[in-house]
Design a protein around this ligand. Sequence first.
Ligand SMILES: [Fe+2]
Length: 231
Amino acid sequence: MTHETPGPAVPDRELTAELSGDTFRVDQYFPTLIFSVKVPDSALLNARLVEAIYAQREHDRTGIRKSNFPELGGWHSHVRLHRDSRFGDLVRYVDAASDMMCGELGYHRSYRLRIGTMWSIINPPGSLNRAHIHPGCLWSGVYYVQAPGNSGSIEFTDPRTQNLMSSVAYIPNARRPRMCWRKVQYKPVAGRMLIFPSWLYHGVNPNRSRARGKAADRIIVSFNLSQKKRK
Ligand SMILES: [Fe+2]
């Protein structure tokens, strides 16, 4: 007596069709948020900031060492620029963007996101910023003051380190679905601001601008935000 294995009652192709439409879905939870804000007509604001930042560097040539590499020419200001009136216009934009975030995120209206520290970085060609996080605050941001072509993208890394361990074969030479990215880069654009969780690892690729003189410098203002009770 022989037993023949019966074939599938329904071909796989038909099963796939049966499970498409309303029967198959993907839910996303615990997202990593990166807010992006474009300051309108930022040319004048940026020109004033460039002037203030170079003046600050003249005043404090050494600067401080954080994620920057002074030996490669990367200059980092002190971290109290939000108290300097020359940065007042930018502070107002940061406050406005923060208020929009608080609305989006459902934060308690008795609290605001307040700037705790603000600093500037000038990266001339050849300089970069190592990957780092900003301990002790909630959100961090960067505003691009001057960003010539090829002056170094900011790169964020998937914060789920367990996920970085997974070994998956993806379709070669095809764009990976966004939900499967392990890194994401933003090219710097003058007048744009990014605000991201302070715990999110990020670094800046080397400035490879071929512009001449100071026009080749990548100039940013960065800041940290914490939730504070409104007065
Ligand atoms: Fe940073």
